[in-house]
Design a protein around this ligand. Sequence first.
Ligand code: NAD
Length: 488
Amino acid sequence: MKIAVLRERFVGESRVAATPETVAKLIGLGAEVVVEKGAGTLSRIDDAQFAEAGATIGSTAAATLKGADIVLCVRRPEAAELKGVNTGALVIGALDPYGNEAAVGALAQAGVTAIAMEFMPRITRAQVMDILSSQANLAGYQAVIEAAAAFGRAMPMMMTAAGTVRPAKAFVMGAGVAGLQAIATARRLGAVVSATDVRAAAGEQVESLGAKFIMTEALKDASGTGGYARELTKDEQAAQAELVAGHIAKQDIVVTTALIPGRPAPRLVTKAMVESMTPGSVIVDLAAERGGNVELTQPGKTIEHRGVTIIGHTNLAGHIPTSASQLYARNLLAFLETLIDKADKALAIDWEDELVKATVLTRDGAVVHPNLGGSAPAAKPAAAKPAAAKKPAAKKAAPAKKPAAKPAAAKAAANAAPAKAAANAAPAKPASTSKAAAKPAASKPAAAKSSAAKPAAAKPAAAKPATAKKPAAKKAAARKPAAKSGDK
Ligand code: NAD
């Protein structure tokens, strides 16, 4: 069983799909691991570390891939780049299939089994494999770090002989996985933090992190299916805009993370709102890849408008590559463990396993995922189909799926005592590296266990965009890496 780890070709992608830690574990599972030369360089892992963990270093992609049964990657490789792998080889990564159907078709033609990790169902068993959560968690953290770096002032209150520096005011819009981690990070840096979300349930989590929850009376709760938000009505949007307009003018740092399954990112911050902010203020738009929450965001770029810096990075997790690779690689390892027979030390895939069904895009020369027009007989879609994706419920799980356990982290975060939640803001342990693991207090295995009993709707890790076509911004971001002012 040969596993190949590729050096990423996507310009600016700094992550790698394996680390010395996961390489050693894969070898323990009976694999021979070949890592392409320089694959870990941008994640600060050198070839010697991989070799020390037991990997062979492939001098070229061809040498790395030759005879591989499994290929691990971050971004989807082109079919032509996979020459030499065994027929049916598993290609596992964030394959970004929507809007890239032709490329997925080419993978099918190449005879590989493409597995999209972002389609991993959001059920308790798969939390440790949830790449969207692990990466969103880090992106939320990194958003605040980037904001702090661009902010010309101190974040915490400082009382010095020369006078007092007032603490920065930070406002987080969207308190999902990334937003909650952004709140926790801004709090750690000493900012006075407020946050908003359209799901009433988020309020308790925001407050448990020591931040103020801002929500308009007119908008009671816009929770949609499966714990996600629904799109707001026009009246609700107007009420929210009024609330935001009043609040944002007093903020120094704004981090926007708002997303609605199957829809372009909601537009929350208008040009006029940006212009109401004091020069020197910073906005980080984490929704840039889906079109942005801020009217002026330019995906992949950092711009300045009337003294306000607007950061529109589209791969913020890639800006913290060592940690991002560490968690991503563990996500992949956890999934691989379910595909390998530990006694036989060989691949033993249960094609009926719901995790496999949800993530396999191509098999035996054909596109098999139902969301991509495939016809795997019993497969349940992990994310909604294009037609259904018009509705906010697009991100919901397969219709027939039974309610699954509520994410451990979400519940723990919601239940966390404020002081504890604020203090225990360390990154989640791998076992609870779910999207919800952004919630600091949520990272304990014990919490994960107790929450497993509470049913909640199962959530797919990835939703199909509203239309078969991706938002233009996302496409641009996916294909054209921002070279200069944008992403690395
Ligand atoms: P997301 O990325 O879809 O959206 C980010 C946040 O934006 C959400 O909190 C959403 O409510 C909010 N939002 C949407 N429209 C908004 C608007 N107009 N104004 C302000 N905020 C707006 O969300 P996510 O981070 O994936 O998390 C969504 C839910 O899924 C959470 O409840 C989380 O706990 C849950 N979750 C479950 C699992 C699991 O089951 N394994 C894993 C991760 C997250």
